[in-house]
Design a protein around this ligand. Structure first.
Ligand code: ADP
Ligand code: MG
Ligand code: MG
Ligand code: MG
Ligand code: MG
Length: 626
């Protein structure tokens, strides 16, 4: 998300009355963009990453770490430089003087950092990524108080557990109405609490997130969480936990903040034109699950060891605003569609491109889409696959409408379009150019979990960019699998140690045959009979562009790290954290992560991130020399 709209967000009972209007105008805005920008050519292969961090406050005496609500204040300081620059230069797209840009996130304890300007298309730029990520960490760290640290992992282990925020607040806020999360933990910009409140109101109940608990030797069976305040009667939804929302043998969570309070690593890539962006969108979508499994860093939720390693499904459930009718629990009466998935999830339809690989069988899901919008788009000259995609995004309601932004020029603004687009959180996002801007067609790769160190974050970013470049360069490669297989892959990718134990539907395409097989992560990344492997594809690409030996030497540790994650010689952060907890003397083998274990864990992770503690088991042998 870029700069936030300021103003007054409408409560749900008013916003819902304006939903069709926003959709209609959003489609007109998309059509303006489509007509003006569809023939753009030769845009540069710019790209950039986004890294999310959490701010922690440490009580060193009591060995207690908490999420610090000072994150928002810190963000304000970090943004001063940009604000001053903007005041001098106006809103120019290039900001060459800034090393980093800082953006708000859902949690008041969160900060998002991106490079100050996108990276260029030269392969040499890839050697500067890690340094920029280190600089970002340094810039934030320089603003910290002595008892603070930042942490980059998918899920903060203690989010929603006991007194996990600093300063302390009770969970009694009207927006989340959570049994565990205080509204004070939400970013104070009105957009965020309105999102939380409107999702809950649209759904007609609190969201219900259930993560399977990891059954350790002393974990009771069934596991019924004794820390849930079943008897509270502050809000009408307080009885939901007892009425079945909280499932046995699961860790139950009941608010948007449990999902959007997780951190991730995202990569946005510009393509030369819309057709190439469509190719990237389709091809990158299919590798998302395996990539997520390699990047797993979320094994603990709400103070319990979980039987999953990744955050994705937690966010999907955390923003699931579907009504009972839309979820198929009641016959359709008031609502328009039965919708199988949350607005956060894997994509449901491919876009196709001129590479000739797409076949309609790959779109094997009966797509839910707005037929009127579809007809209007097709009637306005948009091709069928693109129209399906947009008409599918637009089955959703706008969740936050700012009163001040209702009036806008649909030829010059994309605000209504972005309202729906930016709250469809999928594994890849197709980003059209903003109106009247020099920015081109982009694809955002979204499934990756954020990594503990800058080396790992750089490795995943560099690998993703090189894979994307290879896919653009080698048009004969097709990684298409039926779209429904992606959902299965994503489920599997969550499971504990998925990278070692699961198989993923993947297309072996060496012989040009339409041969979808179930492959291990090792086979996908390092190769197997009938499939050369994603890392070798990247190496072939580097050969094909004659990358300088010095550049290749700089990139080699990243590629061997990816190979190591895939073959199991390097462990995921999820596995590392799990081992740390289970090996801690204060852990009782009952799935409960005590505060002092969490304290030792986060300080150990901080030591690794700062290079004070070697962790070859997590980073591989290449990181130290880097
Ligand atoms: P969002 O939160 O909507 O995904 P952000 O603006 O936070 O978007 O981050 C997007 C990323 O895209 C940043 O890393 C930024 O450097 C990068 N970026 C900016 N302009 C371009 C461009 N023209 N092409 C590709 N990437 C870009
Ligand atoms: Mg962002
Ligand atoms: Mg973000
Ligand atoms: Mg309060
Ligand atoms: Mg993003």
């Amino acid at each position: 998300m870029g700069l936030l709209s300021l103003g007054t967000p409408l409560p749900w009972d008013r916003a819902r009355l304006l939903a069709s209007d926003v959709r209609r105008r959003g489609i007109e805005q998309f059509l303006h963009i489509w007509r003006n920008m569809k023939d753009r050519q030769k845009d540069r292969l710019l790209w950039g990453d986004e890294i999310e961090y959490m701010l922690l406050a440490l009580d060193r005496q009591r060995r207690h770490a908490r999420l610090s609500l000072r994150g928002h204040e810190l963000l304000g300081r970090l943004q001063i430089e940009e604000a001053e620059w903007l005041a001098r230069a106006g809103d120019a797209p290039a900001r060459p003087e800034l090393e980093a840009l800082w953006r708000p996130e859902f949690g008041r304890f969160m900060i998002e950092g991106t490079p100050g300007h996108p990276y260029g298309s030269g392969v040499h730029d890839l050697t500067t990524v890690e340094a920029n990520m280190r600089r970002r960490r340094e810039i934030v760290t320089s603003q910290l108080k002595g008892d603070e640290m930042i942490l980059s992992v998918g899920s903060y282990p203690m989010l929603g557990s006991r007194d996990f925020v600093e300063p302390p607040h009770k969970a009694d806020g009207p927006f989340s109405q959570s049994l565990f999360l205080p509204d004070e933990a939400i970013n104070p910009h009105p957009r965020f609490r309105t999102l939380a409140g409107n999702i809950r109101e649209r759904r007609g109940s609190k969201v219900a997130i259930n993560v399977p608990v990891f059954h350790d030797v002393n974990t009771p069976r069934p596991f019924v969480d004794p820390t849930i305040p079943y008897g509270r009667s502050l809000f009408p939804g307080d009885g939901e936990a007892k009425a079945g929302a909280a499932r046995a043998d699961h860790v139950y969570m009941d608010a948007m903040g449990f999902g959007m309070g997780c951190c991730c690593l995202q990569i946005t890539l510009q393509a030369p034109n819309v057709d190439q962006a469509r190719r990237l969108y389709d091809q990158l979508a299919t590798v998302g699950a395996a990539m997520m499994a390699l990047s797993a860093s979320s094994p603990v939720f709400r103070g319990y060891l979980a039987d999953i390693d990744c955050r994705w499904n937690v966010i999907a459930a955390a923003v699931d605003d579907r009504t009972p009718e839309e979820r198929g629990e009641r016959p359709l009466a008031k609502d328009r569609f039965v919708i199988p998935k949350s607005r956060y999830g894997t994509i449901d339809t491919f876009l196709g491109s001129s590479d000739g690989h797409f076949r309609s069988e790959y779109n094997d899901l009966e797509l839910v889409y707005d037929a009127d919008i579809y007809r209007h788009l097709v009637g306005s000259g948009v091709d069928e696959l693109m129209a399906r995609h947009v008409a599918h995004l637009f089955i959703r309601d706008p969740l936050v409408i700012f009163e001040e932004l209702l009036e806008q020029d649909d030829a010059a603004s994309a605000d209504h379009f972005e309202n729906i687009q930016s709250t469809n959180w999928q594994n890849v996002r197709f980003k059209p150019p903003p109106p009247n801007s020099p920015i081109g067609w982009r694809v955002e790769f979204r499934p990756l979990e954020v990594q503990v160190t800058d080396f790992e974050n750089a490795a995943f970013s560099v690998f993703t960019v090189l894979l994307a470049r290879a896919l653009l360069a080698f048009e004969d490669i097709s990684l298409y699998i039926p779209v429904t297989k992606m959902d299965i892959n994503m489920e599997r990718a969550h499971r504990r140690d998925a990278v070692l134990r699961e198989r993923f539907f993947f297309r072996r395409g060496d012989a040009g045959a339409d041969d979808v097989a179930e492959l291990t992560a090792n086979e996908i990344f390092n190769g197997t009979a009938g499939f050369v492997g994603l890392v070798p594809i990247v190496e072939m690409y580097l050969d094909s562009i004659d990358a300088e030996p010095a550049v290749r030497a700089r990139l080699a540790p990243y590629l061997s790290f990816i190979r190591g994650r895939a073959d199991g010689s390097v462990m995921t952060a999820a596995a590392w954290i799990r081992n740390f907890v289970q090996g801690h003397p204060a852990y009782q083998f009952d799935s409960v992560v005590p505060d002092e274990v969490n304290y030792d864990l986060v300080t150990a992770l901080d030591d690794i991130a700062a290079g004070r503690r070697a962790a070859p088991e997590l980073l591989g042998p290449g990181a130290a020399a880097h």
